[in-house]
Design a protein around this ligand. Structure first.
Ligand code: ZN
Length: 347
């Protein structure tokens, strides 16, 4: 009957006093839930703003136990984050480490971001109660400072059926008490402490749960890979590697957009909707040495250009059928940065 597996919970420091505040909020009875939640959020905070590691950190990760294959499994998936985040994981059993992993009962969980530095060195900051690639990505997302996506305050469509949620997670296999359910599922952070995207149904940080837990029938599917938005959010938190411009910024006919490649390796992605078949010209100005690639809606690469516009500027002119296209801009050099203006005209 249960469609959900054990789910992860966040550990927070006693100094955050999160639980105490939820207690008081919950016990106040008629107090609007959101009010209690935003109070909690101010102290708990999130990625977010207070709990990230310094950009470029090399985080040491040590296994406290586990078999060689359990450890290799975690390593294999954890490093996925560092393709997008300007952070590296140094798996080592020598010396002290910021992240300490145990394999044991009592669920899968992690402290959020740099809270881990306040845990005694002989104790784990992350635990795996079972083995799944999505769980490794999820826990490492917490370790980098990410919160649960169902607790994202931005345009979150979920309207919880709270008694049902408490009953559901209170039963096996999780057996959580109501406070834990509130803290890991129902509570929403306030926008002032989080820095992220709009609600992302594909986020690795989202629990999967059936629609009957909500009043508005919004269930979620299980996610086991980093979504495009996860990649962008982490790239914004730790800039220097992946794309940091929100993907699919709409580009409109005769409406130039000015932006910049602000970090090495950044790729800016725009979407363009063709309403009428015709010949279109995409070009940049600004002197930054860019390359441009156009993809169709199936991500098939249609055109690539480096310098056709002169002065190191890419220019692509081609016939397009009605549909949605994406335009990707990057610097010609792997470490280059600079500003530009992108435009499209019908010709
Ligand atoms: Zn979690």
């Amino acid at each position: 009957m249960s469609t959900i597996d054990l789910v992860c919970f966040d550990r927070s420091l006693p100094s955050d006093d999160l639980l105490g505040q939820i207690h008081s909020g919950a016990m106040a009875g008629n107090r609007p839930a959101n009010e209690a939640i935003s109070e909690v959020a101010r102290t708990e905070a999130a990625y977010l703003l207070g709990k990230t590691w310094p950009n470029g950190t090399r985080l040491k990760v040590r296994f406290l136990n586990g078999t060689a294959s359990e450890q290799a499994f975690v390593r294999q998936y954890a490093v996925e984050w560092s393709r997008y985040a300007n952070l590296d994981f140094d798996f080592t059993n020598a010396g002290s480490s910021e992240i300490r992993i145990s394999f044991g009962p009592y669920g899968s969980w992690s402290y959020v971001g740099n809270d881990a530095t306040q845990i005694p060195l002989d104790q784990p900051t992350m635990n795996f109660g079972w083995q799944a690639s999505g769980t490794v990505l999820h826990e490492f997302g917490h370790a980098l400072g990410m919160i649960h996506e169902h607790q994202n305050p931005r345009s979150n469509p979920i309207v919880w059926n709270e008694p049902e949620v408490i009953r559901y997670f209170g039963g096996p296999p999780n057996n959580w008490d109501p406070d834990k359910v509130r803290r890991n599922v129902i509570l929403r952070y306030s926008e002032t402490v989080t820095n992220g995207s709009q609600f992302d149904p594909d986020s690795i940080m989202l629990y999967s749960y059936p629609s009957r837990l909500t009043l508005n029938g919004v269930g979620t599917h299980e996610n086991s890979v980093l979504s495009a938005i996860d990649q962008q959010v982490i790239a914004r938190m730790y800039p220097g590697r992946g794309s940091v411009t929100p993907s699919n910024t709409p580009l409109r006919l005769d409406a130039p957009i000015s932006s910049s490649i602000s970090a090495a390796g950044e790729e800016d992605i725009y979407s363009f909707e063709v309403l009428t078949s015709g010949r279109y010209r995409f070009e940049t100005t600004g002197g930054t040495d860019l390359v441009m690639t156009i993809f169709d809606s199936n991500n098939v690469r249609l055109s690539y250009d480096d310098d056709s516009g002169g002065n190191l500027q890419p220019r692509i002119i081609r016939n397009l059928m009605p549909g949605r296209y994406s335009i990707r801009l990057g610097h010609y050099g792997s470490t280059g940065t600079g500003s530009y203006t992108l435009s499209v005209k019908r010709v």
